[in-house]
Ligand binder design. Structure first.
Ligand code: NDP
Length: 282
């Protein structure tokens, strides 16, 4: 059994990106992204802080756009348009959740596909579906990089994903399908979940329930990827009962230190990718 070290992998990605940022700067391009935060969600503030810290380390610039709880949809769209039109901004990130009276899908759709570093614009999701080069949602993208770094074969493997969210489950399924895995997506209405997961060569859990995936749900030798982040008074836990499942897995990601650090690194990767695309236009 090998523990996939997301922290070390992310450090590697960041080191390479740092060099790319320096090269871009020599050519007069400073990679820069904007983060839009609407309202005062506490967890979002922490995520934004982490993203900003990561970008500072790499020499990537960022701009925080703080909008109040009462922001109207028209004001949010206006802000997005303004950022879309700015030449110095290569990426736009709208931190979710946003207040309930706002339509997040409409907002994601408004972000220019070429600046959609989160990969949430329907055009980019469509491109992923068509197996074309695009911005891919950072969590599944980071997981694909993990498979690559550890030489984990995907072709012909049965990959089971628990969770069908637009930001993790669905893009994860498409990414694996694009690499010729046979993919099963499970969700809260799935019957015989254990029977399905027990057949998985690759099992990705993105549910948000502490220790939901137990050893009896896992096939001997399976690759187990734990996306879940469950904050409790005793600390942060994944969806997977790590201590018991690791006895059966061939590879497993820990929480923390697994998928999380790679997600942030992939966001930085997408900012640099967008800045490089800009360079090609020049
Ligand atoms: P969502 O709440 O949007 O989706 C959860 C999914 O889990 C849904 O599809 C839901 O099914 C499914 N589900 C819930 N309960 C069960 C069950 N009992 N059996 C089978 N399926 C179930 O969450 P996200 O996708 O946004 O996030 C999932 C987890 O990953 C969270 O803990 C989140 O914090 C974490 N996360 C971690 C990231 C990282 O960087 N490490 C990044 C993003 C998220 P249904 O659709 O039927 O409701």
């Amino acid at each position: 059994m090998e523990i996939i070290d997301g922290k070390a992998l992310a450090k590697n990605v960041r080191e390479n990106l740092k060099q790319e940022v320096e090269n871009l700067k020599k050519e007069g391009i400073i990679p820069k992204f904007a983060v839009i935060l609407v309202g005062s969600d506490k967890a979002s503030q922490i995520y934004v802080k982490n993203k900003n810290k990561a970008s500072e380390e790499l020499g990537i610039e960022y701009e925080e756009v703080l909008l109040g709880e009462e922001t109207k949809m028209s004001e949010l769209l206006e802000k997005i348009d303004e950022l879309n039109n700015r030449n110095d901004i290569h990426g736009i990130l709208l931190q979710s959740p946003i207040p309930k009276h706002l339509d997040i899908n409409k907002a994601f759709k408004r972000i220019l596909p070429s600046k959609d570093i989160d990969g949430f614009n329907p055009e980019n999701v469509g491109k992923l579906c068509l197996n074309q080069d695009t911005f891919v949602s950072c969590t599944p993208y980071g997981i694909m990089k993990m498979f690559e770094a550890y030489n984990i074969p995907l072709e012909g493997k049965h990959a089971v994903i628990i969770g069908r969210s637009n930001i993790v489950g669905k893009p994860m399924a498409l990414s694996l399908l694009n690499k010729n895995a046979t993919v099963t997506i499970c969700h809260s209405k799935t019957k015989n979940l254990k029977e399905i997961t027990s057949n998985a060569d690759i099992l990705v859990s993105a549910i948000g329930k502490k220790h939901f995936v137990t050893a009896d749900m896992v096939k001997q030798g399976a690759v187990v990827i734990d996306v879940g982040i469950n904050r409790t008074e005793d600390g942060i836990f994944g969806d997977v009962d790590f201590e018991n499942v690791k006895e059966k897995a061939s590879y497993i990601t820990p929480v923390p230190g697994g998928v999380g650090p790679m997600t942030v690194a992939m966001l930085m990767n997408n900012v640099v990718k967008s800045a490089k695309m800009k360079k090609l236009e020049m």
